[in-house]
Ligand binder design. Structure first.
Ligand code: G3I
Length: 483
């Protein structure tokens, strides 16, 4: 065992409360969170709902000011993308190295962010020496020792651990990992018991991918949770990774979260990203926006959903293109740290309003709309709503049927049924009496000939909610397409 592993848990070395007391004495502790809350951020929206919004951190990226700024301001939870995994923390048997993990923990503590632990037992990113263990008894001892040390080291700092990661196959059977084949079915509960002993305060989670829908795999985990709770085996939470494909957010995501919550455990979206075939076009980014909103909304609507964590900040550093060549653009900030529409979707899902930035090349006023639809211009608008008693969500698609590109657009229509627009995304929608005006966001200003863009908004109505009779695009009348 290294000297480091013999040191007491980090909480005894530098208690969080003591760290805050120091900050308070320095007059800083109030200022830092207030800065973050001054504008609407994802973390201020999350906090208002009693939830967290987290991101997977690789500490070296913090050297980039843009990365650092987003990390500091937008999130109130941090998880190590790789630094707390078995291969990183115990590269040789019983030799523990915590420098990389500690950097993540220190970053979380310094910013008053929650720290989430990932992952104690996983069939990937474990060290080679584990493969050399032949007997189940010895492997079980090694696994318990690993958990005792790592969970013990971060005790008092992590709010929750992914104790076991990706233990099931899509058909609901146990993954035939080294832990399963050599130790047997009991390895999962042994891991949870060891984690509870090492850190009684941390919530203990089982985490997996492709479990976002109600399916064989998520049902296998559901049955495991039910079994553990009935037998008194510790388990507190279930993580749903949500590594999703564009346009494929399961329609039963919320129902799935709720059925687990009804078992009495917390649930969390742990590794959200939405990949697409690159390069992304405006319509795909709009779909991605909607996908992010659906996931955040599902969490917002389930009380025991403790939050949403995204698996990285910027497309520049996402794991996706390495594993799925040709795919990427899965996160909320692009390679240049520009906010994507997905950010608006996340914010809207947590109850926020649209924050799509105006172009940085202008003086800060909304994007100008000087051009008309292209030469021989024409446009077609499809308008669809989902409505309930007194509210509705509208989705509008504008197609440029002219022969030239539209560069900056304004769509106008009238509401004659007493409707009021309350919140929009992917465009800025304003209303004066019955007259409604939607102008492009920075990223969807250009609509090529034959191309289209979509935006949406929420509104209220007073019982009747008739569709607008006509739309104009940059002053030209549009035809009505099928809604
Ligand atoms: O650190 C080495 C570096 O020294 C070496 O030069 C380089 C060459 O390939 O590899 C580096 O290690 C890489 C490591 O990330 C750190 O960047 C590994 O090759 C690479 O495989 C590893 O990928 C990580 C992956 O887990 C491992 O399976 C991704 O960053 C990480 O985002 C990903 O995260 C997982 C979650 O833990 C569990 N759920 C799925 C998710 C996505 O796969």
């Amino acid at each position: 065992m290294t000297d480091d592993s013999k040191r007491p848990p980090r909480r005894h070395r530098r208690p969080l409360q003591a760290a805050f007391a120091v900050l308070l004495a320095a007059g800083a502790v109030i200022a830092i969170p207030q800065l973050a809350d001054a504008a609407t951020t994802l973390q201020s929206l999350a906090r208002a709902k009693g939830k967290t919004v987290g991101f997977a951190l690789t500490s070296s990226y913090l050297n980039e000011p843009a990365y650092r700024n987003i990390a500091d301001t937008e999130f109130n939870l941090v998880v190590a993308e790789n630094a707390m995994k078995w291969s990183e923390t115990e590269p040789s048997r019983n030799q523990f190295t915590y420098a990389a993990g500690d950097a993540v923990a220190d970053y979380a503590a310094s910013g008053g962010k929650q720290l989430y632990g990932h992952a104690l037992v996983w069939h990937q990113q474990y060290p080679g020496w584990v493969d050399g263990i032949s007997g189940g008894t010895d492997l079980l001892a090694a696994m318990k020792n690993h958990i005792a040390n790592v969970a013990g080291h971060y005790a008092g700092e992590v709010v929750a651990w992914d104790v076991v990661n990706e233990a099931f196959e899509d058909n609901g059977s146990r993954r035939q990992s080294i832990f399963q084949t050599r130790i047997g079915d009991s390895y999962i509960e042994e891991a949870f018991k060891a984690a509870r002993a090492a850190d009684p305060a941390a919530k203990l989670c089982i985490n997996d991918y492709s479990t976002d829908a109600i399916n064989a795999k998520s049902t296998a985990i559901y049955n495991l949770v039910r079994d553990f709770t009935s037998r008194g085996v510790p388990i507190d939470c279930v993580g749903f990774q949500a590594h999703l494909i564009l346009g494929q957010v399961p329609s039963d995501l919320q129902a799935n979260l709720r059925r687990f919550a009804d078992l009495g455990v917390d649930v969390r979206i742990t590794e959200l990203d939405v990949r697409l075939q690159t390069p992304a076009d405006a319509s795909e980014l709009a779909t991605q926006r909607s996908d992010y909103q659906k996931v955040f909304t599902a969490c917002a609507n389930v009380t025991r959903c403790t939050g949403v964590t995204v698996w990285g900040i910027t497309d520049k550093y996402s794991w996706v293109p390495d594993v799925f060549p040709g795919y990427g653009a899965a996160l909320m900030w692009d390679e240049n740290y520009a906010k994507k529409p997905a950010y608006d979707g996340a914010a809207a899902g947590f109850g926020g309003t649209v924050t799509t930035p105006t172009p940085t090349t202008t003086t800060g006023s909304p994007s100008p709309n000087p051009t008309t639809p292209g030469p021989g211009g024409g446009c077609a608008v499809s308008y669809g709503v989902n409505q309930w008693n007194t509210g509705f969500t509208a989705n509008v698609t504008v197609r440029n049927t002219g022969s030239g590109a539209v560069d900056g657009w304004t769509l106008r229509w009238s509401y004659t049924g007493g409707q009021t627009v309350t919140q929009s995304w992917s465009s800025s929608v304003t209303q004066s009496g019955t007259a409604v005006t939607a102008t492009n966001a920075a990223w969807n200003a250009s609509i090529p000939a034959g191309g289209s863009t979509s935006f949406g908004f929420n509104g209220t109505h007073s019982g009747s909610n008739p569709a607008p009779a006509a739309f104009t695009l940059n002053g030209a009348a549009c035809s009505m397409a099928q809604g």
